[in-house]
Design a protein around this ligand. Sequence first.
Ligand code: ATP
Length: 237
Amino acid sequence: MLEVRDLHVYYGAVQALKGVSLEVPKGSIVTLVGSNGAGKSTLLKSIAGLLPSRSGSVWLDGKELTNLGAEGIVARGLCLVPEGRQVFGTLRVIDNLNLGAFLLRGAKHLAKRQELLEYVFNLFPILKERQEQYAGTLSGGQQQMLAIGRAIMANPRLLVLDEPSMGLAPLIVREILRVLKAMNQQGLTILLVEQNARAALKVASQGYVLETGSMVAQGEAQALLSDQNILKAYLGG
Ligand code: ATP
């Protein structure tokens, strides 16, 4: 479904991605792990059209996304849940969710927007309870749920998440991973970057390991979880 081919990305003179390739098959959860500064966020931002690449290409269902721009990429069905949630704190929960559906404006999409909103409220009932509350007053976990909900309102086929568990209590992390798994079982394809690598690989079918801008390992998530070198280097064991 998603194919990244030989991507090279720079910040000025500094090369952050040195020819990275990755595949996310339709219907799968793929987890990308790697230490701080490896280039994980850079890769996700580049896939989502927030950072230009110098060479290489990104494809979704056989159509090229490379440098299409963030809005065009969302319209093709790929949506990023950014690192640090980035919800609009001075807007209500419901406004944040409606903003996610900005490409589904107008009366002709009303039924679809309503259906998506019900789906999000079903996934995260707390967002329904707090829909009138300012997003900035939510807990970290609730803000993460809102960030995921806002992305779902764009009706993506591929959801890309940058460290959704960052700074959250273990119970909330489990809840978020459970919801990702449930959405995946309902047909959503997921690319997940996680510092919580062990838990993230457990819900994934495939895994990739990025190190200083290059992929150093890839394979079945189960195989990565039982690889002693990977365990020692990236999974703290
Ligand atoms: P983390 O887990 O710490 O977020 P990461 O794997 O997501 O790490 P990136 O944030 O993609 O890593 O960073 C990759 C490299 O690019 C790092 O060396 C980082 O210092 C550098 N980098 C990231 N953003 C910028 C920027 N805006 N300007 C210059 N260099 C940057």
